[in-house]
Design a protein around this ligand. Sequence first.
Ligand code: PRP
Length: 216
Amino acid sequence: MSSATETVIIALTRGRILEETLPLLREAGIEPLEDMRNSRKLKFATSHEQVSLLVMRGSDVPVYVENGAADMGVAGKDMLLEYGGEGLYEPLDLGIAHCRLMIAAPTQAPAPGARLRVATKFTGIAKRWFAEQGRQVELIKLNGALEIAPAMGLADAIVDIVDTGNTLRANGLEPRETIAEISSRVIVNKASMKIKSRLIRAILERLAASAKRHSV
Ligand code: PRP
């Protein structure tokens, strides 16, 4: 049994991932005591007295978890690949918020010049991907408005998340290459996994069971 005084903080990713994570947590016996989607608060108590939840941007989840400010987290694989996950355990794929990280370019692309200009938020992933292939590219860091960058002459291609493909089509782009299949993963702080092993393992087991039920 875990000690009753032991507590676990789980950092969740705001938006679609939160919407898809909350039902899994509920089935695992962890339900926030307030509506997390309509609150300005960032920390929430739950029906499980040893568990509280944080909500934040996906890019911040691995930072909180690696530094021990949260014991566990739920984030998209895209955020984890970009962050570089050596300081974290990634024990569970929840199988939710599926999408692809892709290279996309204009449908009527002119032959690229000597050096492809690629706009992306994911500069770490893109740098590694093109380097592994020995392709010389110029990376342009953007935080949004990616899909319009080629039409405005800012870039020749983009690296971004594609779900339905509607955003690409609406902006005259087409998918070219898949860099990674993305889904949401549970991450755990390495020290917490040792110190709070029983409670964390119990939560992981329950979450794995809820994720499995949702996948069938
Ligand atoms: C993502 C991504 C694309 C869009 C793709 O943005 O950046 O713009 O979804 O989805 P689609 O293929 O179904 O059109 P999101 O809305 O998650 O917000 P973001 O711009 O903050 O990433």
